[in-house]
Ligand binder design. Sequence first.
Ligand code: ZN
Length: 280
Amino acid sequence: MAGSRSEAPVVIAVAITGSVPRKTDNPAVPVTVPEQIESTHRAFEAGATLCHIHVRNDDESPSSDPDKFAAVQEGLRRHCPGMIVQFSTGGRGRDPAARGLSLKHRPDMASLSTGSVNFPTIVYENPASLVSDLASQMKQYGVRPEIEIFDLSHLHGAKRLVEAGLIDARPHVQFVMGVQNAMPAEEHLLDILLAETRRILPQATWTAAGIGRNQAIVMDWALARGADAVRTGLEDNIRVTKDRLAASNAELVGLAAEAVARHGRRVATPAEARAALGLA
Ligand code: ZN
């Protein structure tokens, strides 16, 4: 794990779409496959080197269609050379049995939640059996997980997967703060999470995601603590200020790049991003 005064370049992850229908809230949210490829390409040119992907049905509801995931991946491989492709296996609005269907297309990474948590209107259910099943499939297809930490117990869920041999001892973890009814965006909680990560997963790389208006401040807290990556994108936040919608994922990536520079670091190239997160 990087120290608090890291000189290492910073991976900018962009979560382009998400699973909550938002096109009506901000028309810049890409929904169709061509929109997603175009939006990601611009974000890539602005400095993003990891793309976190959800796909949608024609009615904009969350989809688990592996062909759609494959189509986005193919477009990104063509237009964003070297960019890390990360599929979501997240659960909102999706059949649990279908959440791993896209893994057979062997993205570089996939998100993996290691425990359940309350969300704004639902329980985000990740029973232990589903977690180990998804982790097994990721191992089978050579997909590196990004461990989603919505609660302290989820770190211990990741540790159990390491002990079971389902993930390696150097996972990439993401702390998610500011989801209503889950972990609030409070700076001292990040210190608690980091201390526990260093204790039980000492080789882990890490990042943090702030949801909604917490996006920029959580990014600052993470950069001040030597994060290996930062996360931005319209999935988490559709605004630049209270009164202005973000024009694109690329605009949010540009703001992230400015934050990286303010902290005396630089934005990783695709090759550096891959090296940092243990990818070939
Ligand atoms: Zn997501």
